[in-house]
Design a protein around this ligand. Sequence first.
Ligand code: PA5
Length: 447
Amino acid sequence: MEQISIDIKGLKKFITNSEIEKYAKLTETFNTALHEKTGSGSEFLGWVDLPNELNNIQDIIDTAKEASKDIEIMVIIGIGGSYLGSKAVIDALSNNFSNYINNPDKTKIIFAGQNISEDYLFELLNFLKSKEWAITVISKSGTTTEPAIAFRILKNELEKRYGKQLAIKKITAITDKSKGALKQLANSEGYKTFTIPDDVGGRYSVLTPVGLFPIAVAGFDISELIKGAQYMHKRTNSDSNYEDNIAKQYAAVRNALYRKGKTIEILVNYNPKLHFIAEWWKQLYGESEGKENKGIFPASVDFTSDLHSMGQYIQEGLRNIFETVISVKNPDNKLKVPQDEMNLDSLNYIAGKRIEDINKMAGIGTSIAHIDGGVPNIKIEIPKINEFYLGQLIYFFEKACGISGYALDVNPFDQPGVEAYKKNMFALLEKPGFEEETKKIKKRLND
Ligand code: PA5
């Protein structure tokens, strides 16, 4: 079977083998610490063995089927870890134009609650007026402001549209087993509910109902996704050796690069379906590593589009960046450049070539140019975009992130920094309980 592989030849000019070896040794200890739950944040390590514990997904599959019956659109409400994973997988597996294709067998997915844009919600409400739709609301804490606002508005609309009793049947809630306003609401209204395990944090939760339910509603095979994660779990287990364990390799090289001043990592793709894989990855690595004034800043680009914008900076800007390229070996479709008798566009030199071959040459040419320009290059190749390899990719990135965070000597499973903006927003909105903060922040605004 083809494997996801990592290629670090593009680092030769920048770091030595002995620099990598130093971190390679550390990754042994940290990978074991994740499995034995001996490192910091160990109360949030439920994701490590999760792939092997997902024995009962039938309820998710059945409920997804039932929930998507007779609807055109499922509105998934959530933010951060409560939406990025499912969005990433659904986008990667979907036809690029799925939202414009009329297919009565496929439920279209629209996300909400991932921003506080009045235009977004207003236009969504208008759009839904002529559609058959339902809601899935996802929040681990059950108290996050953005999804809570979206849910209040959309639930209201759903009840107006279908009546209270039918609306209840059209709402699925995914939240904590006992805590939070969403859990209380779900209990008192009687929504179908799935539980997010206590020991799995938001950004590591794509293989819980948080990710699995929306992916199943979108019509994709979650059992294959889980099989992929199980495969990578085995491949990166604590007894796996460094040569085979790509999570250890990725964690080791990015730490070695960081210590040499490469403080920004750009995740590159050459397939627009992977745009949200990068968004998910940015949250995973940004929230896990960016703390205590440390951490690699995770950025992303879509090539070749962004070669015509960010390409200039990457080639010649400040030399504190490195690239990690996700390369897909085999695309799903075949399309060749046609021959043209007139050849007025001078493209006959590539006539007969597959578009993907041209894309691959763009990729190789870009990597060489960037290496020459001082940008170290890591390549992660996935054989194909399907559920099985996405399951592998997700678990690979999660595992590498845990190891890498430990190598950086931070707790990769907390996110104390995300509270700061909330405190200020609540103070400005005069939320009960924030009276002192309200006084202070108003004074600051008037100073
Ligand atoms: O990774 C995290 O913990 C966060 O990004 C959360 O997922 C995000 O803030 C949403 O939280 P909740 O699911 O509690 O609404």
